[in-house]
Design a protein around this ligand. Structure first.
Ligand code: SF4
Length: 338
């Protein structure tokens, strides 16, 4: 089923001058589908997802484990591990559909125009290369060579609060927080327009998490890149992001400016998520959990996928799937009653 156009990041007019025009969003994802194909058949992990990211915008993506948020992140850069397969949709970035680019064209864009900070920095760093060698390799692969590459590698470490001496360090000699700073330096090495941050602080303790997020926010303010921030920490996401997209069982169910979502979430699932999360102020009130568990993506329920857990469900919810309706001002919701 075709989905309507995604809610745009601002309340302004639609893209000017077509895809990639000056008024167009930096990234426009339309009807993205990702399948996992195994011996037991096909599982649709991301189902007809559409959203946009504006220039300089920080979009958060939230949802319970297995809702498809990290799969979307990896699909955007086409770094999904098999057996995952992008089976439909468009990913328009600066006017070009990334899903239709051949591998050399995509390689030329990765790191230079869009990059990624992965969940575990150890996964992203090569254990048999020093930090300096990895930074220089990335720079040299994109034409920054010799003394300029060495100088830029030192600048990048300074940018993320590390010392020039760390250029000679091996990944295993660094703490988790330092490795994640190196991951950020790598992602920013070529000053990309869009950085995808896939749970960049998951493996870190709270203090280091706060430091890394502050580094990212400072860099975003200084360098002006757009970012997609994926985390399980909804409270922090609402504090940091411009807009937030909520995923449920492979579908995008609500997107809205963070302030609007804090003040009045429209989708019953978002309302349940927000009510279940401890606040950043750390009060010790007991939080009501959403009853039940997300459905298996092998056989999602018909109609609205949230209906078995939704206290407001009516007959229509059990048979008719709600499409994401634009509410203006960068907001949209997929609920018959919202
Ligand atoms: Fe609940 Fe129905 Fe809205 Fe789904 S469509 S969230 S079941 S009210």
């Amino acid at each position: 089923m075709a989905e309507p156009a995604p809610p745009t990041p601002s309340a302004g007019p639609g893209p000017a001058g077509g895809p990639g025009g000056p008024g167009a969003p930096l990234l426009s994802v339309r009807g993205l589908c990702v399948d996992y194909v195994g011996e037991e058949g096909l599982v649709r992990a991301v189902d007809r997802v559409s959203f946009e990211v504006g220039r300089g915008e920080l979009l958060g993506i939230a949802g319970e484990s297995g809702c498809g948020k990290s799969t979307v992140a990896q699909a955007l850069l086409r770094v999904l591990p098999p057996p995952a397969l992008i089976s439909g949709g468009q990913v328009l970035f600066e006017g070009r559909d990334l899903l239709r680019l051949d591998e050399p064209a995509l390689r030329a864009l990765r790191w230079r125009r869009l990059s990624m900070v992965f969940q575990g920095a150890l996964d992203a760093l090569n254990p048999v290369l020093t930090v300096g060698a990895q930074l220089r390799d990335t720079l040299e692969a994109h034409g920054v060579r010799g003394a300029r590459a060495r100088q830029r590698a030192a600048e990048l470490l300074a940018l993320v609060g590390l010392l020039p001496a760390h250029l000679a360090s091996w990944p295993h000699q660094l703490s988790g927080g330092m490795r994640q700073r190196v991951g950020i330096a790598l992602a920013l090495a070529l000053e990309p327009a869009l950085v995808v941050l896939d749970e960049p602080t998951t493996a870190l303790d709270v203090v280091v998490e706060r430091e890394i997020l502050q580094v990212l926010l400072d860099l975003k303010a200084r360098l002006g890149f757009s970012a997609i921030f994926i985390t399980h920490d909804l409270a922090r996401m609402l504090q940091l992001c411009d807009r937030v997209a909520i995923f449920y069982a492979g579908r995008l169910v609500e997107v809205a400016p963070a302030a609007a979502l804090r003040a009045g979430p429209r989708h019953p699932y978002t309302q349940g998520l927000l009510a279940a999360y401890p606040s950043l102020q750390g009060d010790d009130q007991e939080r009501p959990a959403i009853p039940g568990a997300p459905p298996s993506l092998r056989s999602p329920p018909p109609g609205c996928r949230f209906h078995p857990r939704c206290a407001l469900a009516v007959e229509r919810c059990r048979s008719e799937e709600p499409a994401l309706r634009s509410l203006g001002a960068g907001s949209g919701v997929a609920c018959h009653l919202a």
